[in-house]
Design a protein around this ligand. Structure first.
Ligand code: PLP
Length: 434
């Protein structure tokens, strides 16, 4: 693992890949292979006892996927990383790895719709209780919501669709005071806008489907670990349990902490959950994600600039009730934006449509340049009525808790000319109120 002294922009195009190890190929090759020949019996023994690093079978590891893992690991300053087939796989393997066999997760109410819905419906059936926090914006009071069997706190650094910026430092301090890790879903921010580990996060998850790969053409996810959390704690016996599969060359059984002291969390996901539940990222998809990642900084800069332009346009518009975007001085997240998000507030903003439901629907039908669908972080701008689509699973009470009013419209900015986007919004407003 070559942690270098290079800056972010250098790493996002170079880190984790050496052409000399791949026939001098400049662009990382797609290793479309299921398995890897053992050189000899000694090599097979070394790989199976983890005394030599290498590849066995693409479900658990692949050289193209490994470039992607290593690149994002270095960008986020993490100790370990694992890429998976989707953001949902990253979240589910993380929560299972933390709370398998029982326990609770204290979660932010400001979440991706799929996360909120699975937290409500699936995890409780697996014996993992989910508590939606009431005080995520008031970390001083959050400690009251931690129970004896709470295993972690889970938040999104920039929430979707509301673009609320969470105080990761303060929440990490609360988690650590109670001996539990903080998991941050950093999908909307991407490693470019926010580094959760530098702000105290222990585990970082991504949907790489979104801004990280950024072209709306691949489903992918990642889990990263800081290397700072003490997994020896009795709250997490799974890391101190001896496994026959982790035995040394001499046949001595080991724990994840003994076999992989630098990155026990991600190795345990790889060898337990990825190995046996199997949500592997394909080498081709890893390749697409690597190519997308090469332009991360430029895309996020432009998307943040355009989002601010659109937010300012909307804030002054007579057909708009309110606008939520952290870079606006009117935003409740503005102070956090100034403190923690010096490169921008990202491409997600939302606004309240001032008009009837019929006018709102006319507005959406009149939009022509924006795409109308459920995704974010694409090169193409997207617009969507979240309460009826991306967050349509939430009941009216849950929408109230998550602060998603019925007239909310979410925008994810792409790379178009901002003037063209404003013109499209304006003609749709005119049509809606004609
Ligand atoms: C999309 C998204 C996910 C889920 O990721 P997939 O790659 O679609 O499985 C998780 N968290 C956030 C914040 C997202 O936007």
């Amino acid at each position: 693992m070559s942690d270098t002294v290079f800056g972010f922009d250098t790493n996002r195009v170079h880190a984790g890949y050496d052409p000399a190890e791949h026939n001098q190929a400049v662009s990382p090759p797609i290793y479309s292979t299921v398995a890897y020949d053992f050189r000899d019996v000694e090599n097979a023994k070394a790989l199976f006892s983890f005394s030599e690093a290498g590849f066995l079978y693409t479900r658990v590891g692949n050289p193209t996927v490994a470039v992607f893992e290593e690149r994002v690991r270095i960008l986020d300053g993490a100790a370990g990383a694992i890429a998976l087939a989707s953001g949902m796989a990253a979240i589910s393997y993380t929560l299972l790895n933390l709370a398998e066999g029982g326990g609770r997760i204290l979660v932010s109410p400001y979440l991706y719709g799929g996360s909120a819905d699975s937290f409500k419906k699936i995890y409780p059936k697996l014996g993992i209780g989910i508590d939606f926090a009431k005080n995520i914006l008031d970390p001083a009071k959050l400690a009251e919501e931690i129970r004896p069997d709470t295993k972690a706190i889970f938040v999104e650094s920039i929430s979707n669709p509301n673009a609320i910026l969470i105080d990761v430092d303060a929440i990490a301090a609360v988690a650590h005071a109670h001996g539990i890790p903080l998991v941050v879903d950093n999908t909307v921010a991407t490693p470019y806008l926010f580094n959760p580990i530098a702000h105290g996060a222990d585990i970082v998850v991504y949907s790489a489907t979104k801004g990280l790969s950024g072209h709306g053409n691949v489903i992918a996810g990642l889990v990263l670990e800081s290397g700072n959390f003490d997994w020896k704690s009795e709250k997490f016996p799974q890391f101190s349990e001896k496994y026959y599969t982790l035995r040394t060359l001499d046949g001595v059984e080991r724990t994840y902490l003994e076999a992989f002291p630098d990155a026990p969390f991600s190795f345990r996901i790889r060898l337990n959950y990825l190995n046996y539940f199997g949500a592997s990222l394909s080498p081709f998809d890893a390749y697409l994600a690597i190519v997308g990642l090469e332009t991360l900084s430029e895309r996020l800069d432009k998307q943040s600039r355009t989002a601010l332009t659109l937010a300012s346009f909307l804030e002054g518009h007579q057909a708009v009730e309110w606008v939520r975007y952290a870079a606006l001085t009117s935003s409740p997240s503005h102070a956090r934006y100034q403190r923690d998000f010096k490169k921008g507030a990202g491409g997600i903003l939302s606004f309240g449509f001032k008009g009837s439901e019929a006018q709102r629907e006319k507005f959406l039908n009149a939009i022509s340049l924006f795409h109308y669908h459920v995704n974010i972080g694409d090169t193409r701008s997207l617009i969507v009525n979240s309460p009826r689509t991306t967050h349509g699973e939430l009941t009216p009470e849950e929408k109230a808790l998550a602060d998603i009013p019925e007239n909310l419209i979410r925008i994810s900015t792409g790379l178009e000319d901002p003037d063209d986007l404003i013109a499209d919004l304006e003609q749709a407003f005119v049509t809606a109120f004609a």
